[in-house]
Design a protein around this ligand. Structure first.
Ligand SMILES: Cc1ncc(COP(=O)(O)O)c(C=O)c1O
Length: 417
């Protein structure tokens, strides 16, 4: 039995069967490449799932982990350490918001944001305002797997096995201003959006819809909460995707790439939203620990020192342009979209999308498929044009082979017929 086979057998016996893993055992990484147990390099165009913004083995991250682990890995939130305020300052400056709460994961940050919205509405009610407790979320949204997050996540497959979900959530048709206006009322305490939906297929809000959500929320004191867990921290070429729209949310949530692979999530909010929270109302054992904060500070500084926002824009534009050229050549690609290094190519069939991911993996390139037909690219920000060329050449080969195969099959079918 190989080591991989042994691990597969042990996992099959010991773990909850939540993941349908690819049969590869990764043992290391270097730059934009993952390295398997046999030493094969894989071009990683997914960065975990949008996590490893600086790729693998970044020297600043390694140094930061070594230094901070020698000093202090954990202390509780009953005491101070150096990292939280320093990181919060960086995050507030870059998001344009005022205050931060540190969690551990995306879903946990989102849960906290929902709690904050309910608490804020409660505060407004105590001040005599007429405002309810309902959430408006969007169709095709994804906000995580815990109860509140799951209840605001659209697809039934994530919610139905675990019902009843948290009540008081209504879904608005994506980018449909009329539906948003029809469903918004004083009953709503928050409108919940991703500026660019990730799991939903890399779909951006329109300026009109986003601006209307902002205006409606402001008209009653409801909060506009923007989930930047996948799109934030520079992936789209700006710190947050909402900055492309020049819209300021009341709350945003960050996680995935925030601490370069160490779990860390954050709720970042306005002074007004923060009025609703006082000591003891919310908390966490691990969130905002010294190690995660030190690494997150390092990640932000590296993104800036290495000019990675501009780089993500430049290489992302090149990647998108190359995908467009490919779609002009292959009818199977029906749409290309995204911003910076959050990109998608939508195909005309779910089977082809699945096949493409598998064929890319055979060629040692990691991508994934979301919303059945959408190939998603979330590479590390250090990606270079040469890596894009490698990926495009592989996709070209796969689509060409597939088209030839399909033509041969239909010709064979016609001959037989
Ligand atoms: C937009 C968005 N929100 C929330 C989450 C949940 O994050 P986590 O898996 O860290 O709980 C994800 C994860 O994919 C996400 O993409």
């Amino acid at each position: 039995m190989t080591k991989l086979e042994q691990i597969r057998a042990a996992e099959a016996r010991l773990l909850l069967p939540t993941y349908d893993r690819n049969p590869i055992l990764f043992a290391g990484g270097e730059g934009v490449h993952l390295i398997d147990e046999l030493g094969h390099h894989y071009l990683d165009l997914l960065s975990g799932i949008g996590v490893n913004a600086l790729g693998y083995g970044h020297p600043a991250i390694e140094r930061s982990i070594i230094n901070q682990s020698r000093a202090l890995i954990h202390t509780s939130n009953l005491f101070f350490h150096e990292g939280q305020a320093e990181l919060a300052l960086r995050l507030t400056e870059r998001t344009g918001l005022d205050r931060v709460f540190f969690a551990n994961t995306g879903t946990e940050a989102w849960e906290g944001a929902m709690k904050l919205a309910r608490a804020h509405a409660g505060l407004l009610r105590s001040e005599g305002k007429d405002i309810g407790t309902k959430f408006l979320a969007l169709e095709q949204s994804f906000h995580g797997r815990t109860f509140g997050s799951m209840s605001t996540t659209y697809k039934a497959k994530y919610r139905e096995p675990f019902g009843p979900v948290v009540p008081g959530v209504e879904f608005v048709r994506f980018n449909n201003v009329a539906d948003l206006k029809a469903k918004f009322s004083n009953e709503v305490c928050a409108i919940l959006v991703e500026a660019i939906q990730g799991e939903g297929g890399v779909r951006a809000l329109t300026q009109e819809f986003f601006a209307e959500a902002r205006a409606l929320a402001s008209s009653t004191g409801a909060l506009l909460i923007v989930d930047e867990i996948q799109s934030g921290m520079g992936r789209t070429g700006k710190w947050c995707a909402y900055q492309h729209y020049d819209i300021r949310p009341d709350i945003t949530t960050l996680a995935k790439p925030l601490a370069g692979g160490i779990p860390l999530g954050a709720i970042v909010c306005t002074e007004e939203a923060a009025r609703a929270i006082h000591a003891g109302m919310h908390g966490t054992t691990f969130g905002g620990g010294p190690l995660a904060c030190a690494v997150a500070i390092t990640v932000i500084d590296a993104i800036e020192n290495e000019g990675l926002l501009a780089h993500a824009t430049e290489v992302g534009d090149y990647f998108q342009q190359q995908l467009r050229s490919l779609s002009a050549k292959h009818d199977a690609i029906v749409d290309v979209r995204g911003k910076g290094l959050m990109l998608a190519a939508e195909l005309d069939s779910a089977d082809l999308a699945k096949l493409t991911v598998a064929e890319m993996l055979k060629r040692h390139i990691v991508i994934n498929c979301t919303s059945d037909t959408v190939l998603r690219f979330l590479p590390p920000y250090i990606l270079e044009r040469a890596h894009v060329d490698t990926a495009i050449a592989a996709l070209d080969e796969i689509f060409t082979e597939h088209a030839a195969h399909t033509t041969a099959n239909s010709a064979g079918g016609q001959q037989r017929g």
